[in-house]
Write a new protein. Structure first.
Length: 487
């Protein structure tokens, strides 16, 4: 364990952010580079000898958090990196993007601020990359079996890396022009610079994983043809069907899904455009949806020079502290959070519903009409007399996703069965109703967190490996039926 009195001697300190007026001028990560390392040993020492580390239950990857906290406290970075990678293929992704359910389950968090698990994690992996100790792990021998992975998001990449290291010949198919899925085009640069993805891809290429970009299975290549080419297939295509808003005026120009808006901003950073074809510059922007994707739209609009940014949420504003009755420890509570994007400005409006959009004579959206709502007898009801309109020249819909893409033909061509929630059904080994075809990530689980995606990829890889060889030594941190530790 770390310092037995660490949690008594040291308070919680988190990563420092760059000043708002500075970071809005660029697209770099919001944190001060190198600010964590001087404080991280003390922060790691706050990990207490709690007996039963509930952080393990909070994290679907089963991260060995007390172990690498101890190594970080002792500044044994090599051992810390080894323990970190024992359960997580991409800790630099989770350390930046995960909402840290492990911290919600931290035993110290019962009556004190939890250990900064996420900051310790990202410090360890960044130190490992800087030291050059993150090396390719090529298999000792090949199995002679071939696997196709559909999708290069965190689930697909985790499955591909595990299967490659098991000795199989793996090809990852990605319909976009670059590898990374939502990590590449859904996550803004200020949350995670894409160099972190690039160096992992180079590691995977050195291990033997092959990548095929610009190929959409179902359209560019028939699923049935893919099945003939490979001994097994892992579908990690995500849940990319966005929830729409069927109200009058939805067809107006200037109303976009978040995933129509965000990728273009990332493509500017990749050098594909000088300016985004959908820009917030000088416009009154409204973001519908109060989650992380909505916050990404807010931060992007700020950097593009929006005249104003308003974020709407249909649900009431969450509390700022855990309710011990309705959201007891160690569950993951739904709390009011101020992200880096919210620190940068804009207005957040809760308990409102959009009734319709109003446009000008050229068909461009100009106004958003809304009404306040409340729960009456368990039903969301409009409050009479609360209708109003706000200026809206660019609207992004960030209301979540309803399932995997059905329009490209992948589901039908494979003949896949869906579960009652519209996700691809699978058995205990993550195998679909089609022998040799497995599913991992949001395509099978539904919209979820990055840690669940990586855990799914690792678990599906074990099922696929066992299908190919009859047995498997690969880890499977979760079952398909496992769910977050929530009430």
């Amino acid at each position: 364990m770390a310092d037995p009195k660490g949690f008594l001697n040291h308070g919680r300190e988190v990563a420092k952010s760059r000043p708002v007026d500075v970071r809005l001028k660029d697209w770099n990560e919001v944190y001060v580079p190198g600010s964590l390392l001087p404080i991280i040993s003390k922060q790691a020492s706050r990990c207490m000898d709690c007996g039963i580390p509930f952080c393990h239950n909070g994290c679907p990857l089963g991260n060995l958090i007390p172990e690498w906290n101890d190594y970080a406290y002792r500044e044994d970075w090599s051992a810390a990196s080894e323990r970190l990678h024992a359960t997580n293929n991409f800790p630099e992704f989770t350390g930046r993007l995960c909402p840290a359910p492990c911290e919600s389950a931290c035993v110290l968090g019962i009556n004190q601020p939890a250990v900064t698990i996420k900051n310790v994690e990202v410090s360890i992996i960044d130190k490992a990359w800087d030291a050059g100790t993150v090396a390719p792990q090529a298999p000792e021998r090949l199995s002679g079996k071939t696997v196709a992975v559909i999708g290069s998001g965190p689930a697909g990449l985790a499955a591909a890396q595990q299967l490659t290291r098991a000795g199989h010949t793996v090809a990852v198919y990605e319909r976009a022009d670059r590898v990374g899925g939502l990590l590449r085009y859904g996550i803004p640069e200020f949350k995670m610079e894409k160099r972190h993805i690039n160096r992992r891809i180079e590691q995977m290429r050195a291990e033997g994983t092959r990548f095929r970009t610009g190929v959409e299975i179902g359209r560019d290549l028939k699923a049935t043809d893919l099945k003939k080419r490979y001994d097994a297939i892992v579908i990690a295509a995500g849940a990319t069907t966005a929830r729409d808003l069927p109200v009058p005026g939805r067809e107006l120009k200037g109303v976009y899904q978040a995933m129509e808006y965000l990728p273009l901003a990332n493509k500017v950073q990749e050098g594909d455009y000088v300016t985004s074809p959908i820009s917030a510059e000088g416009k009154h922007v409204v973001v519908i949806g109060g989650g992380d994707t909505g916050a990404d739209c807010v931060g992007t609009a700020h950097r593009q020079g929006a005249a104003s940014v308003t974020q709407l949420e249909i649900m009431p504003r969450p509390g700022e502290e855990r309710n011990p009755v309705s959201q007891p420890w160690p569950t993951f509570p739904m709390l009011y959070k101020v992200t880096s994007a919210h620190e940068e400005g804009g207005e957040r409006v809760y308990s409102v519903s959009t009734t319709h959009f109003e446009g000008d004579e050229d068909g461009n959206v100009q106004w958003l009409h809304l009404v306040e709502v409340e729960f009456v007898d368990g039903k969301l009801t409009q409050k009479p007399g609360t209708e109003r309109k706000i200026p809206a020249q660019l609207v992004t819909l960030a209301m979540g996703f309803t399932g995997t893409d059905r329009e490209n033909g992948l589901v039908e061509q494979f003949g896949l069965e869906l579960d009652e929630r519209g996700n691809i059904a699978r058995d205990a080994d993550f195998q679909t109703n089609v022998p040799g075809v497995f599913v991992a990530g949001d395509a099978g689980r539904g919209q979820s967190l990055i840690v669940w995606a990586i855990a799914e990829g690792r678990s599906a890889a074990r099922g696929c490996d066992r299908f190919l060889t009859g047995a498997s030594d690969l880890p499977a941190p979760i079952r398909p039926t496992d769910r977050s530790l929530m009430v």
